[in-house]
Design a protein around this ligand. Structure first.
Ligand code: GLC
Length: 647
């Protein structure tokens, strides 16, 4: 709704900065005026009754204008190009890799020399795990930030990062980094000042004089790391107060009821945007609003804040897409894409953690029914938004999908999850997986799963037992898992090391800053002579690397694989097999996956809803098939998949 007063306020703010609203800054001006009302109303929803609400709002507008003015001409041009493409990030040409710079190649500078590696593989987007300053032994893999603007000396410096971004963009590569929005390290300047008794900064956190309010919160807030960091509050002797620490004790939760916190953090978001970040991964957004009597996760105010961030980014730095790292139940995740008038106007991306976990579910059971039961919800993702699709990342695998999905498939939810945890931690007769349980909660019996893609697929054990047949099966499982996540719709994100089959790395146990967290077992230290084996015919590394490379290449050649909500599941009438069709402009790609350790036989009946009689070409095996009433069964080897195109 048009608001005269707001318009005048913005005009006068723009005048202060001499923004050229009728000339070169015209597009920015239009975006600002167009979004001003929604920015104001979202802001007021949260901060409208704050004592200094108007003063902070003005600060927000000036932060936004400054962010735009600080943006390089090159990035401003890239913004306009991306806007013209409309949802540039849905493209089938994008494929990413997530990596720790130090563990991958030592430092940011060395990464430049590795750009050829990504290019060879077919990766053109890098998610660099947290790079900003973080205390070595209390870092949570960089997710405990002590300075949001200073690159940690372990990786290099800000100049190196800017240089890398330049080289990447020159090579048509995209950059993704994190903003750790929910908390800071207790070594962050704000936390340090709060410890010293500074009231202004104590208000940046949830700090309390005694256990009274913390006890009330604790009643309904679950433990995130029940083994290594039980409870949600930590006593701080320096100031004799309790502070909220939902994750580790050294990660202090930021208090977003304070508008000064929001403005400080949006300024950091813009700082990252102006480094040339293409996708900003918002870490743990589900947690940013807390309320006594609730789980303090996924609250409506958290969504309001995310929408506010999105509207601001759209105005000042619109080329940067937002990924909300919410690893939450399937129904809940949909809300992160925005609802109502904010549909597709909150996070551009979310992780398809449900699909990821359900692929692991199907791989263990050989049964695709639970995966299929989840699809009606996952298909509700709004047009114009997308998933990050993946099989593994730096975190654990949680089994957070709904009980009814498991029940619908005919299993008991408790027993089913028990089985999966036992299976992947190698405690089921016949399981080849060598993962481990993460964050076991004795109160609830819950646990998540750690382990690399290769180890969970049985490669570690097969190598140990020197069993070639099992090695072949493990590689097939790895490629089955990857192919489903590359073709299902969304931006595939490979976790570094998985492209050459790294198995679990237990060296973390000798490092005090890591030994309490077994997620480090699947965050390998790259040994480049192992990676070189990708060039030697017949090696495990070569088989996995070239398979992954080929899959990405196929993906790049099919425009219909852009994520335009063009996915339809079909029922292969065989519970071991899952299949979907991706289609656009009259073209179709049928993707069929056998999750069973047995050969699967499909009759034409499996496809009758899709076609009557067809000649198909499988892009994966590079073979022709004919499927129809009068033809033989379609035979699928254990863990085999097809990528069929009509011919
Ligand atoms: C996210 C990160 C995880 C981290 C947590 C706390 O979930 O992916 O690694 O421990 O946030 O920052």
């Amino acid at each position: 709704m048009y608001d005269y007063k707001l318009h005048q306020q913005i005009e006068s703010e723009l005048a202060k900065y001499s923004v050229d609203i009728n000339g070169k800054d015209h597009q920015f001006y239009i975006r600002l005026i167009a979004n001003a009302s929604s920015i104001h109303s979202l802001y007021s929803e949260i901060y409208g009754h704050h004592l200094n609400t108007e003063q902070h709002f003005q600060q927000l507008i000036s932060t936004l204008i400054t962010a735009y003015l600080n943006r390089t001409e090159q990035l401003k041009q890239a913004d306009l190009d991306k806007i013209k493409k409309e949802n540039w990030f849905l493209s089938n040409e994008l494929a990413g890799m997530s990596l720790y710079v130090d563990r991958f190649c030592g430092g940011i500078k060395n990464l430049e020399e590795k750009l050829y590696y990504f290019k060879t593989l077919g990766v053109n987007l890098l998610h660099l795990m947290p790079l900003f300053e973080s205390p070595k032994d209390e870092s949570d893999g960089g997710y405990a930030v002590s300075d949001f603007r200073k690159v940690d000396a372990r990786f290099g410096n800000l100049k190196d990062l800017m240089q890398l971004q330049k080289s990447m963009s020159g090579n048509n590569m995209h950059l993704m980094i994190d903003i750790v929005l929910n908390h800071t390290s207790h070594y962050h300047e704000w936390a340090q000042k709060a410890k010293e008794g500074d009231r202004h900064y104590q208000d940046f956190f949830y700090m309390f004089d005694d256990r009274n309010i913390p006890d009330q919160y604790d009643k309904t807030m679950p433990d995130i790391f029940p083994e290594s960091a039980p409870g949600n509050f930590t006593y701080i002797p320096e100031c004799d107060k309790w502070v909220m620490t939902v994750f580790h004790k050294y990660q202090w939760d930021l208090n977003y009821t304070n508008p000064a916190v929001f403005i400080a953090m949006i300024d950091i978001i813009f700082f990252y945007a102006n480094l040339g970040v293409d996708i900003l991964r918002i870490d743990a957004p589900a947690f940013i609003w807390k309320e006594i009597g609730t789980s303090s996760q996924n609250l409506p105010q958290a969504h309001t804040l995310l929408r506010l961030i999105k509207q601001c980014v759209q105005v000042a730095t619109p080329g940067m897409a937002l990924l909300g790292e919410a690893i939450v139940a399937p129904q809940e995740i949909m809300n992160y894409f925005g609802k109502g008038i904010y549909r597709a106007k909150e996070c551009d991306f979310a992780y398809n953690a449900t699909q990821m976990a359900l692929q692991w579910d199907a791989l263990a059971t050989g049964d695709t029914k639970v995966m299929l039961a989840a699809q009606p919800i996952l298909l509700q993702k709004p047009w114009g938004t997308s998933w990050i699709t993946y099989t593994r990342c730096h975190d654990d695998i949680g089994l957070g999908y709904d009980d009814y999905m498991i029940e619908q498939a005919g299993y008991d939810p408790y027993q089913h999850r028990q089985f999966l945890k036992n299976y992947y931690s190698g405690n089921v007769e016949g399981s080849m997986a060598t993962g481990a349980l993460f964050s076991y909660n004795p109160k609830t019996g819950d646990a998540r799963i750690s382990g690399t893609l290769a180890s969970l697929c049985g490669l570690e054990k097969a190598i140990e037992e020197n069993n070639n047949e099992d090695i072949t099966i493990a590689i097939r499982k790895i490629l089955l898992m990857q192919s489903m996540s590359f073709f299902i719709g969304g931006l595939p994100m490979i976790f570094y090391g998985d492209e050459v089959g790294y198995t679990n790395d237990f060296s973390y146990l000798n490092d005090e800053g890591k030994s309490y967290d077994n997620r480090w077992m699947h965050r390998p230290l790259i040994n480049w002579s192992k990676n070189e084996l990708r060039n030697e015919n017949g090696t495990i590394e070569q088989k996995i690397f070239s398979g992954t490379q080929r899959l990405l290449n196929i993906r790049k050649n099919f425009q219909l694989l852009s994520d335009h909500s063009n996915l339809n599941w079909f029922s292969p009438h065989n519970l071991h097999v899952a299949g979907f069709v991706r289609s656009a402009n009259g073209k179709k790609l049928y993707c069929v996956f056998n999750f069973s350790a047995q050969t699967a036989y499909l009759t034409w009946f499996a496809f009758k809803e899709q076609w009557a009689d067809k000649n198909l070409y499988d892009h994966w095996s590079e073979r022709n098939y004919t499927i129809g009433k009068d033809h033989e069964f379609l035979i699928m080897k254990p863990f085999e998949f097809f990528l069929f195109e009509d011919i």
